[in-house]
Ligand binder design. Structure first.
Ligand SMILES: Cc1ncc(COP(=O)(O)O)c(C=O)c1O
Length: 485
């Protein structure tokens, strides 16, 4: 429990406390984070701050009260539709991010099927195993069963396997452009053809690629078709807060036509507070994000997005060459843009990640197979060489025997041995305890996590891991967990 301060604190002191808290955050300004943020430069950041601040108190809930926001939103959506092969029929909305856009796509498909396929009472969607977990969230929230299909050897959606997974209950197919884990393109035209054959809706998750691939293509890079120019694509999501370079909280969900989008909307006409209507999940919507998105699109224009795409593609080429030149490491699949996974058949990549963490870099750890994730943003151009030097040193260290490594190996063997002997729920408790000791509390990436990742892999069933992660989530907002940090 924490009471409010009995008296207000002067603004300079409030801000000083916040600045001090921020000191422990990842150093994204120095390009140390390979994901989460998409920094460009100081000029762009200044513009975003001013645009956001100008509309900081505005609320897009009632567009009649804020016609400025209504116009900004309509223009942002129209420019996005134009960029992604839309025509006069294409419509869409701004959402708070990729997850909300995907939630809307699935909810719309469900309600469209209720109207057009009323005999389907247990709707299903078929998606590649690599599709973003937001689809599972949508499945969970909206009661559309998710049928995940293994990807092929190149980590791309397997068209024939997806076709085979279609049942009379299927209402929606999904493909990614590109997928998050390995940055590879699913075969969108082929999946669209399957969707057409079976009269299904087809969503393209271009949350990552929507504001990048059109520019990469115009620069001459080979980008397969993925947008509304492909017949059969019925909805598409593109995140402004990724390669659109705006502030967090902005994505666009687009539909082939108005009739389909109607199923996204929510209307309640019988409330004593008045007739209520809302296009997406949120009620009140921050004006700042809409204003910032409009500002960045006008500030950069085509020319600016092309310049940044060139910078990212060139940095990515340098990184790919550097990584593939290191003995023991490889890039998984054939990534289409600056989204890469580093894997290894010879080394424990989690140990490489630990070494990089010690050198001040922040990378996400992935599984199936173990790999490290990089999302390249414009700011990485300046640090790519330093990163490659540190990566080479990290690989060298991961190859050498060391005390922490021996301890990891020992822990892993003990865990494997215990997993065979102990009841599953004991194992969960022990793993949870070890994870907590290793520093997972509050979601913090521990400096040495290879042992923990190894142990998580030894859990006898994934349900235990589910429980463990629920415990960690539960701890996130607890004061106790903050104080321990
Ligand atoms: C392909 C893809 N889809 C959806 C999302 C979800 O986006 P958000 O985190 O903005 O909700 C992501 C996030 O990385 C993504 O990479």
């Amino acid at each position: 429990m924490l009471p409010l301060p009995s008296r207000g604190i002067p603004p300079d002191q409030v801000l000083a406390r916040m600045r001090s808290a921020k000191e422990r955050d990842v150093r994204w300004q120095e390009g140390r984070v390979w994901g989460l943020v998409y920094p460009v430069d100081d000029d762009l950041e200044r513009l975003l701050r001013e645009a956001y601040a100008m509309f900081i108190t505005s609320n897009a809930l009632n567009p009649m009260a804020f016609p400025s926001l209504k116009r900004f939103e309509a223009e942002v959506v129209a420019m996005t539709a134009h960029l992604l092969g839309g025509d006069e029929e294409t419509v869409g909305n701004l959402t708070s991010g990729g997850t909300e856009s995907l939630l809307m796509a699935v909810k719309t498909a469900r309600d469209w099927a209720r109207a057009h396929r009323p005999h389907i009472t247990a709707p299903e969607m078929v998606l590649p195993a690599s599709a973003h977990p937001a689809f599972e969230k949508a499945s969970h929230y909206f009661g559309v069963r998710s049928v995940r299909v293994p990807v092929d050897d190149a980590f791309r959606a397997d068209v024939e396997a997806m076709r085979a997974a279609i049942t009379p209950n299927t209402i929606l197919l999904v493909g990614s452009a590109p997928s998050y884990p390995q940055g590879v393109m699913d075969p969108i035209p082929e999946l669209a053809a399957v969707a057409r054959e079976h009269d299904l809706l087809f969503h393209v998750d271009a949350c990552l690629g929507g504001f990048f691939l059109p520019f990469a293509r115009r620069l001459g890079y080979p980008v397969p078709d993925f947008d509304f120019t492909v017949d059969g694509v019925t909805s598409l999501s593109a995140d402004l807060h990724k390669f659109g370079y705006t502030t967090k909280g902005a994505s666009v969900i687009l539909y082939r036509n108005r009739e389909l989008r109607r199923h996204q909307f929510f209307v309640y006409t019988d409330w004593s507070g008045g007739v209520y209507a809302s296009p997406t999940m949120a009620g009140s919507r921050p004006g700042g994000t809409i204003a910032a998105a409009w500002a960045v699109m006008h500030y950069l224009g085509e020319e600016g997005y092309l310049r940044l795409a060139k910078q990212v593609m060139e940095t990515t080429a340098r990184l790919r060459a550097g990584i593939e030149g290191l003995d023991g490491l490889r890039i998984l699949g054939d990534p289409v843009m600056g989204v890469l996974a580093i894997g290894s058949d010879a080394l424990n990549v989690y140990e490489v990640a630990d070494e990089l963490t010690l050198r001040g870099w922040h990378l996400e750890r992935q599984q199936f197979p173990p790999s490290l994730h990089l999302t390249v943003s414009p700011a990485h151009a300046a640090v790519a060489d330093r990163f490659l030097d540190d990566l080479a040193a990290a690989v060298e260290r991961a190859r050498r025997p060391s005390l922490p490594k021996l301890a990891n190996a020992l822990l892993l063997n003990v865990a494997r041995w215990m997993a065979r002997l102990l009841p599953a729920e004991w194992m969960s408790r022990i793993t949870a305890r070890s994870a907590a000791l290793a520093g997972v509390r509050g979601g913090e990436t521990p400096q040495r996590s290879a042992a923990m990742y190894g142990m998580l892999a030894t859990l006898p069933n994934r349900g235990d891991l589910h429980e463990l992660v629920l415990d960690i989530l539960d701890q996130f907002t607890s004061l106790e967990a903050q104080e321990k940090r």
